[in-house]
Design a protein around this ligand. Structure first.
Ligand code: SF4
Length: 74
């Protein structure tokens, strides 16, 4: 999934998180809120299976820029 927007998808077992780097405002809500899932030192930097889908979704919803989105899978 590439294309004009540059949105990337990080698939987990029960949730998929997408990230559009061009929108990120570096507010760090994600890395502070859930460092098990969001860690910029790691590749891939988003690992949705490291927390419950509910917790991941909650932190994604805190992203102020719309850079992060999620959808439930499975
Ligand atoms: S919460 Fe959203 S805007 Fe903030 S660093 Fe994470 S992705 Fe970027």
């Amino acid at each position: 999934m590439s294309g004009g927007s540059g949105r990337k998808t990080y698939e987990g077992r029960s949730i998929a998180v997408t990230f559009e780097a061009g929108r990120c405002r570096h507010a760090a809500e994600c890395v502070r809120g859930l460092p098990e899932v969001f860690d910029i030192e790691r590749r891939p930097w988003i690992q949705p299976d490291n927390a419950s889908a509910d917790r991941t979704a909650e932190v994604v919803r805190r992203c102020p820029s719309g850079a992060l989105e999620y959808r439930r899978v499975g």
